[in-house]
Design a protein around this ligand. Structure first.
Ligand SMILES: C[S@@+](CC[C@H](N)C(=O)[O-])C[C@H]1O[C@@H](n2cnc3c(N)ncnc32)[C@H](O)[C@@H]1O
Length: 224
């Protein structure tokens, strides 16, 4: 009976949802959300990648419980490679187990690298990736850290490559209203994010069927 329950896909998703909540309460700033991305958000995050040629090297930053990783793998060609970098070992292990359950060994071996590291501390070769998919909770970060992360994403992205990330709609505004004493910091956070978006955005799509609703941004690194 218990074995049958364990094999039920709904039991698996419930386990992942509980795992996500646990990690959120253990480290709210780093996790950034109480719930994993909805499938609508995950689809919107991977969609921009397939509208143009992919040279085969994809990077996912902050996989959480692997909702977006699964979509990426489903849509990637057999010869494409995915690198997943996640700072939280529990999340990385959940992603790894989920991928192992959803895909046959031969689909994963040699195609996916799971890296347990802080994105900023793990030096990757310059211009390695044609596509970067980032779920980091920027609204919880200091302005300098946001800037460093964008600089690093642009460094490892190939010229002409794309960087997709999301931001929860209205969260910046709500924080603004709630934290009068920290207005200066919030203004800087807003300025840094807006600057990167304004300079490089090619597309932005609101996703309302997610909690909280999110805006997906597609940025392109200039060709030269
Ligand atoms: C909002 S959650 C991502 C949720 C994910 N899209 C999902 O649906 O499960 C943000 C993720 O970024 C990870 N993270 C935060 N800071 C990081 C860093 N410096 N390097 C790598 N991963 C990081 C967190 O551990 C967390 O898994």
């Amino acid at each position: 009976m218990i074995e049958k329950l364990r094999q039920n896909p709904q039991f698996e998703s419930m386990k992942h949802a509980i795992g996500f909540q646990r990690e959120y309460w253990n480290n709210r700033a780093q996790t950034g959300s109480v719930k994993a991305s909805s499938s609508a958000l995950a689809q919107a995050m991977v969609e921009p990648f397939w509208n143009e040629p992919c040279n085969g090297d994809v990077l996912e930053v902050g996989s959480g419980t692997g909702v977006i990783s699964e979509q990426l793998l489903r849509r990637m060609k057999a010869e494409d490679k995915l690198t997943i970098i996640e700072i939280n070992l529990n999340f990385l292990e959940i992603t790894q187990r989920k991928m192992a359950q959803k895909f046959a060994d031969e689909e994963l071996t040699g195609r996916v690298s799971f890296v347990h590291a802080d994105f900023l501390q793990h030096q990757m070769p310059a211009e390695q990736f044609s596509h970067i998919c980032c779920s980091l909770p920027f609204n919880n970060f200091e302005p300098e850290l946001i800037n460093d992360i964008f600089q690093e994403m642009f460094r490892v992205c190939q010229p002409g490559g794309i960087i997709v990330f999301y931001e929860y709609i209205l969260l910046r505004r709500i924080r603004y209203w709630l934290s009068l004493g920290r207005l200066h910091k919030l203004k800087n956070t807003e300025a840094v994010l807006t600057d990167w978006i304004d300079k490089h955005v090619v597309e932005s799509t609101p996703i309302f069927s997610n909690f909280p609703p999110a805006m997906v941004y597609v940025l392109r690194k200039p060709k030269s």
